[in-house]
Ligand binder design. Structure first.
Ligand SMILES: *Cc1c(COP(=O)(O)O)cnc(C)c1O
Length: 388
């Protein structure tokens, strides 16, 4: 029995000590010079992370708040939108739009499979959509959608349609050059790859999106982007921000910028490859079988026949202190999800696979003990060989 919990969740994720320590700093005036400098610096850092020249707004809310902000700031009741759904988070985005009175058309993929550019092309030909809602990384199934290709199809058919992207778990885990892909509003959140505790979310807003915002009539108050932009010009946020999380984000950004975007993407890709190779070597089935669409943030795995995800998660937690996520929606009782987005390294993945092997054995599964760790180690060795 371990007394230290290791969270292997797709949010919240572990935080570097420097980020956590920063949160103990005394409060400052959020209408003062020090906060102004911090907000300006962080906004620039976020532009770097988003690879964009667009405005980036920092919201004190969880990721879902950012999704809601995108809907209410861009749309009017009665607007037709197309929702591309590959899992529970895609459904949530669509549900928010419906809640506020949008008329939502849906493209739904089989769970574990992406929405393809072909599926999108079929829908957007000749249709007049105000916006398309798309999930970059679908955390519930552990799937990375082919967003670049999807965005190209949308742009070709509907040059003025807004592309609103849920990248809460996707940003910084896989390439997402916002300007190059011409994406209008891109949402992300603190507790995933940004390596800080939950409570902040980010939204990039393109010129096309600002123009739509000026006409958008959905009700809004706390999340009003006009207020956010006007206050940002003064180096402030409209409402009291989660100042401690801003301190944490400053420290996380120091580490992220030092690593650089290519390094950050490579790290996440390595974590994903290690877990996928390890699970496969143990004879376990992955939710997303095609490597091309594998999430870099989280990996969904089916336990062997006869072992419930709940029992496996309990053993992992009670015996070893490893906390993994369960499934969501229709996958609730069939999978576990191993998070590897944010502050993890190769040793974390090897440890995860070792305790997975031990837990499965404990539960009576006949697995090739050692094969999971060995396969993951081989991925690590291959990467290291390339790097030197
Ligand atoms: C985590 C996550 C969210 C937001 O969830 P919150 O709990 O509101 O922070 C939204 N979309 C995706 C894809 C996510 O992974």
């Amino acid at each position: 029995m371990s007394d230290q919990m290791r969270i292997m969740l797709p949010g919240p994720t572990p935080c570097p000590a420097s980020s956590l320590r920063a949160m103990a700093r005394p409060m400052i005036n959020h209408r003062g010079k020090e906060f102004m400098a911090m907000l300006e610096g962080l906004t620039a850092d976020l532009r770097w992370a988003y690879q964009t020249q667009n405005d980036v707004l920092i919201l004190t809310t969880s990721g879902t708040g950012a999704l809601e902000a995108a809907i209410v700031n861009m749309l009017s009741p009665g607007d037709r939108v197309l929702a591309l759904i590959t899992g529970e988070f895609g459904k949530r985005f669509a549900k928010i739009a419906e809640t506020y009175g949008a008329v939502v058309d849906k493209v739904e993929a089989v769970y574990g499979e992406p929405v393809t550019p072909e599926m999108v092309a079929e829908k957007v030909g000749g249709a007049a959509y105000k916006a398309v809602l798309v999930t970059h990384n679908e955390t519930s199934t552990s799937l990375l959608n082919p967003l670049k290709e999807i965005a190209e199809v949308i742009r070709r058919a509907l040059p003025d349609t807004l592309i609103l992207v849920d990248a809460v778990s996707g940003l910084l885990t896989a390439p997402l050059p916002v300007d190059e892909w011409d994406l209008d509003v891109v949402l992300s959140g603190a507790q995933k790859a940004f390596m800080i505790p939950p409570g902040l979310a980010f939204a990039s807003v393109s010129p096309r999106a600002w123009a739509a915002h000026a006409e958008a009539k959905m009700p809004r108050f706390y999340f009003d982007f006009t207020k956010a932009r006007d206050f940002l010009k003064k180096g402030q946020t409209p409402w009291t921000p989660a100042i401690s999380l801003f301190f944490a984000l400053e420290e996380a950004m120091v580490l992220l910028k030092k690593e650089g975007l290519p390094g950050i993407f490579e790290r996440h890709a390595l974590m994903a490859r290690m877990i996928r190779a390890g699970a496969k070597a143990l004879g376990l089935r992955l939710v997303v079988e095609n490597d091309r669409y594998a999430s870099m943030a989280v990996t969904g795995v089916y336990p062997p026949e006869g072992i419930s995800p709940a029992a496996l998660r309990k053993t992992l937690q009670d015996r070893f202190g490893y906390v993994v996520a369960g499934g969501q929606g229709p996958l609730t009782d069939s999978i576990i999800r191993i998070g590897h987005c944010g502050f993890y390294d190769a040793a974390d993945m090897l440890g995860m696979l070792a305790v997975l092997e031990a837990s499965l054995t404990q539960l009576g599964a006949k697995i090739p003990v050692g094969a999971g760790v060995a396969a993951a180690e081989a991925e690590l060795a291959a990467r290291t060989a390339v790097a030197h």
